[in-house]
Design a protein around this ligand. Structure first.
Ligand SMILES: NC(=O)c1ccc[n+]([C@@H]2O[C@H](COP(=O)([O-])OP(=O)(O)OC[C@H]3O[C@@H](n4cnc5c(N)ncnc54)[C@H](O)[C@@H]3O)[C@@H](O)[C@H]2O)c1
Ligand SMILES: N[C@@H](CCC(=O)N[C@@H](CSCO)C(=O)NCC(=O)O)C(=O)O
Ligand SMILES: [Zn+2]
Ligand SMILES: [Zn+2]
Length: 379
């Protein structure tokens, strides 16, 4: 049955309130308006940022909402004026938009885009500042401009990357967030050179992708730091050469790393979202040139600190969103790299469940053995 122009009623996981179990509801999804695309989501993974917003600690977290931002699907219909995708195209929704026209996109200095950010931060679509999701007339907020925990979602046309129709959607959904973030933190933000010594704090999906990116960049040592020693076996497969568990030392972890590396690392990456670890990650960098990249998302109200002397003496503190990748231009390229076996994706998928099992999937995420859990949306 043709659905174009019609309201679609489908299943979605609704976060009614912070920290309360998600509820699978029948949700009405309005047709896409001008500049919008309605996507049938086939697979979505869970990322820690979904859990962060769900926890109520995200200043941009509005309820009720439909979370989810690491997914893949097929375009169902497009609104007026949409030219770059059409029904049937295989796509990855992109929480970091790329309009190619705004001050940010034209700067050549950042992957951040300003076109729809103000709307996506408050859970609505840009054209009329309204949601396309509702339940019996009650609006449900969008999330990150993607809301992929729904069988159908509506996104801005600047927030969708068209990918190879050959790519397996149950795998490449991961290229919507965690894996590109880690790879890009190394390749785009830090620009790690061959021979570098790298420290990775946090060996979840993002940290492991940092390790993978650092290995590809030719790093000579990749030191993985995690409070869960079970992570090390897996981490070796992603390029980590040495493992440090801070719990096994009395001295501060930055001192441990400095002692291990004759003065500090060339590059460090914080992939946890813990502001104390962010400080340690900066302070374990080598005097004169060491660069630390903040990747983890810390809760509202948290602040970073260090002695300014750390920066005066040449250390550099940076951050990255989506690894600095320009989403619409580079996600298709990442998909092709995966298809050519140049980057890992399958190895990050430890669990597969269905949309109906989403609360179990979040429980799994908080257990050490889970990297990414992929949900089949129409099973
Ligand atoms: N900047 C971005 O664009 C971006 C994109 C995706 C995810 N993120 C963020 O990156 C972070 C990591 O995401 P993930 O999915 O890999 O998370 P994860 O929870 O799977 O991994 C975090 C790891 O850190 C370890 N850890 C926790 N506390 C620690 C400590 N004090 N010292 C050392 N290790 C510790 C955990 O054992 C775990 O292995 C999250 O904060 C997420 O929100 C940011
Ligand atoms: N709303 C949060 C911001 C969270 C955040 O920093 N998000 C990252 C992506 S995390 C993906 O897992 C990001 O891209 N930030 C840049 C942006 O949002 O434009 C808060 O306010 O704390
Ligand atoms: Zn994410
Ligand atoms: Zn832009």
């Amino acid at each position: 049955m043709a659905t174009e122009g019609q309201v679609i009623t489908c299943k979605a996981a609704v976060a009614w309130e912070a920290n309360k179990p998600l509820v699978i509801e029948d949700v009405q999804v309005a047709p896409p308006q001008a500049g919008e695309v309605r996507v049938k989501i086939l697979f979505t993974a869970l990322c820690h940022t979904d859990a962060y917003t769900w926890s109520g600690k995200d200043p941009e977290g509005l309820f009720p909402c439909i979370l989810g931002h690491e997914a893949a699907g097929i375009v169902e219909s497009v609104g007026e004026g949409v030219t770059e995708v059409q029904p049937g195209d295989h796509v990855i929704p992109c929480y970091q938009a790329e309009c190619r026209e705004c001050k940010f996109c034209k700067s050549g200095k950042t992957n951040l885009c300003g076109k729809v950010r103000a709307a996506t931060g408050v859970g609505v679509m840009m054209s009329d500042r309204k949601s396309r999701f509702s339940i019996n007339g009650k609006p449900i907020y969008h999330f990150m401009g993607t809301s992929t925990f729904s069988q159908y979602t509506v996104v801005h046309d600047v927030s969708v990357a068209k990918i190879s129709p050959q790519a397996p959607l149950d795998k490449v959904c991961l290229l919507g967030c965690g894996v590109p973030t880690g790879l890009g933190a190394v390749w785009n933000t830090a620009k790690v050179e061959a021979g570098s010594i790298v420290a990775v704090f946090g060996l979840g999906t993002v940290g492991l992708a940092v390790a993978e990116g650092a290995k590809a960049a030719g790093a000579s040592r990749i030191i993985g730091i995690d409070i869960d020693s079970k992570k090390f076996d897996v981490a070796k497969n992603f390029g980590v050469t040495e493992f440090v568990n801070p719990k096994e030392y009395d001295k501060p972890i930055q001192q441990v790393i400095v002692d291990l590396t004759d003065g500090g690392v060339d590059y460090s990456f914080e992939c946890i979202g813990n502001v104390s670890v962010m400080r340690a990650a900066l302070e374990c960098c080598h005097k004169g040139w060491g660069t630390s990249v903040i990747v983890g998302v810390a809760a509202s109200g948290q602040e970073i600190s260090t002695r300014p002397f750390q920066l005066v003496t040449g250390r550099v503190w940076k951050g990255t969103a989506f690894g600095g990748f320009k989403s619409r231009s580079q996600v298709p390229w990442l998909v092709d790299k995966y298809m050519n076996k140049e980057i890992k994706v399958d190895e990050y998928i430890t669990h597969s469940l269905t949309l109906a099992e989403i609360n179990e999937a979040f429980d799994l995420m908080h257990e050490g053995g889970c990297l990414r859990c992929v949900l089949s949306m129409h099973a």
